[in-house]
Design a protein around this ligand. Structure first.
Ligand code: IMP
Ligand code: MG
Length: 175
């Protein structure tokens, strides 16, 4: 499949993604059954994952959004910009909802931001993680799938704004 100037191949089909999302929702519920966590969705990439995660979440919960950006094309710029700030998180049990933790730069940025916002507690759920690219020490509480350090696309994740609507996950073809 071609997106802009690059070739992608199917990597993770939608039924596998859904299985992983259901397991994550159950794992979180086990820890938060007696609480009302606020799912802090990190836009844009996490919006589809967050919607599915919340549909599978059985307990009381709330949602808030924060928009940051760091990626250009297929690699991170390292410089993170905040476009939309989170609201309704003071004194709350916040769960950061990420599509993918790659280098960890974004997560560290969000973590620092939450340190200043007087939240009651904070944890992170990410559908994907690239352990080989991760450069930080922050614990990753709930991870759906560990994947190789290769660019992926679909299910909310984009290549220069394209491909977020694909229901499956594709991987950049290297040959
Ligand atoms: P990090 O700051 O390097 O951990 O990157 C985190 C953000 O970069 C994610 O939330 C994604 O939005 C984006 N990102 C990282 N890896 C990929 C990828 O393989 N495909 C598309 N977006 C990615
Ligand atoms: Mg993202």
């Amino acid at each position: 499949m071609t997106v802009l100037d690059k070739q992608f191949e199917l990597f993770i089909p939608q039924n596998k993604i859904q299985q992983s999302v259901e397991i994550l929702a159950e794992e979180i519920y086990k820890d938060y059954a007696d609480k009302t966590p606020v799912f802090l969705v990190i836009l844009n990439g996490a919006f589809i994952f967050a919607a599915d995660l919340m549909k599978h979440y059985k307990g009381s919960c709330k949602v808030s959004f924060m928009r940051i950006s760091s990626y250009e094309g297929t690699s991170t710029t390292g410089k993170i910009k905040t476009h939309i700030e989170a609201s309704g998180i003071k004194n709350e049990d916040v769960i950061i909802v990420e599509d993918i933790v790659d280098t960890g730069n974004s997560l560290e940025f969000i973590w620092q931001y939450l340190e200043e916002q007087n939240v009651k507690s904070k944890k992170i759920v990410s559908l994907f993680h690239k352990p080989k690219a991760y450069k930080k020490e922050l614990p990753l509480d709930y991870i759906g799938m560990n994947i190789p350090d290769k660019f992926i696309l679909g299910y909310g994740l984009d290549y220069d704004g394209h491909g977020r609507n694909l229901p499956d996950i594709y991987q950049l073809k290297t040959t």
